[in-house]
Design a protein. Structure first.
Lengths: 104, 141, 104, 141
């Protein structure tokens, strides 16, 4: 019979970023990362459909997250806008972050 | 030529970006060029505020000067901090950006994104002020 | 400035069901639920876009999951087919399961 | 009239459903009616195999008999287990299905889904065999 099942359990940290991340708001972003790091998540999922701007200060928080939460951490970015993707590409962060249309 | 003056604190960044955005739209830069100009301005303004003022224990303003000439939009950030020429810094090389995040130095991306994102970037120290100059060609792309 | 951040960390159990769940395959489904229950997840997410048939034996596993994993468990079903939704509705399970188009 | 015989074990369910599906398509039932017929057949066949055979420590077959008459598709499941009339069971009432899952009795949905999903359901005990009869009107909906 045609039946297939896939299963997994993960600790998932989810962050939704709305608006602009510059060096001021990056501080709040960093605080949330520090708070969530305590939970030792397996995955960090960033919902960024409505993130309109991110500067290097925001990118630094992403690098910090990876360094703080451990190398096993998988980072997903869901629906980034084009300019955000370009910034990730210019700085090579797209090698370490999974850019996806939908988080499954 | 128009000059706007902002306090040299991080909560000025949104307003400074807004000036860049409006000028970019006014002269008809592409969406991408406008975004990259906004990003460049934000990066350098951040450095002035954080490294030039806050870390040096100084305070001062950040001026945004707007000029359109010879088919170019010229935005200049002026500040009163210690002279600092971003172009004298070694920029991180290609290899930095392909390193896994866990091993990467966490800084150095700001100036790289600035220079990489606009048509021309210049630095001058004139009348005891730093002048970071951002030049965008109008009517391209 | 326009910036907003939402954050949470959750233990998420994810199961993808493909094909037909009848009283035979429901046994495998149940075993996975028992395995995952050990992790005490906060959320159970069922990806069922390719689930073409589910009988009451499958529904019983869903009820079992809720009873085994604790009342705090939030159950999501992502993209169920129309006939699956109808069966959930007939048996009232749609009151306890969040039927969604996308899991966020 | 056509008869197909299957071993009374759970791995026959997929084939039994397949018969229902093919007959439903052959007479042109709607997708929804076909699905509900498949579901009903699966539920009763499961009960025969689990309650009638396995739990009673017996073994036997499940026959699927197909007939088309008077604009109706008539499918019958026949088995050799102890007589059991699903219609004699109290069906769970509305209130069961609105209870939170944590408090609900975990069984009783099978016969409910069966009766609820097809045009007519009948039970007979004939020649020492249980006959569960599923009737679908052709050319409706
Ligand atoms: N206006 C400034 N005054 C003094 N030092 C500066 C100034 N701008 C940049 N710097 C120095 O140059 C370095 C690189 O800057 P940047 O490329 O923006 O990366 P980051 O700020 O992420 O380190 C800074 O770390 C700082 O030491
Ligand atoms: N063929 C059968 N022989 C004996 N008992 C049966 C048979 N079919 C159903 N039953 C009884 O009727 C009950 C209700 O059946 P059903 O509605 O399918 O729900 P469930 O199987 O989930 O309990 C069963 O639990 C079982 O006790």
């Amino acid at each position: 019979m045609s039946f297939q099942i896939l299963a997994e359990a993960k600790k998932v940290a989810k962050i939704t970023l709305i608006g602009e991340v510059d060096s001021l708001s990056a501080r709040e972003f960093q605080k949330e990362i520090e708070r969530l790091a305590v939970e030792q998540p397996d995955e960090l999922v960033l919902f960024v459909e409505n993130l309109t701007f991110i500067s290097s200060a925001g990118l630094r928080v992403l690098i910090f997250a990876k360094q703080k939460m451990g190398t096993h951490l998988a980072v997903y970015m869901v629906k980034p806008q084009e300019s955000v993707v370009e910034t990730l590409e210019k700085t090579g962060l797209h090698h370490s972050i999974n850019i996806v249309d939908q988080y499954l | 030529m128009e000059r706007k003056t902002f306090p040299g604190t991080l909560d000025s960044l949104a307003d400074i970006r807004q000036v860049a955005k409006e000028e970019a739209q006014r002269v008809g830069l592409s969406k991408k060029a406008a975004y990259n100009l906004m990003l460049a301005i934000d990066e350098i303004a951040t450095n002035i505020i954080v490294h030039g003022y806050e870390e040096a224990g100084r305070s001062g303003s950040v001026d945004v000067v707007t000029e359109v000439a010879d088919g170019q939009l010229i935005l200049t950030l002026e500040d009163d901090a210690t002279p600092f020429d971003p172009l004298q810094r070694d920029l991180p090389g290609e290899e930095t950006f392909t390193q896994p995040l866990e091993e990467r130095p966490i800084g150095g991306m700001g100036i790289y994104l600035t220079i990489n994102g606009i048509d021309e970037f210049r630095y001058e120290f004139v009348n005891n002020r730093n002048r970071n100059i951002f030049i965008s060609r109008i009517g391209e792309k």
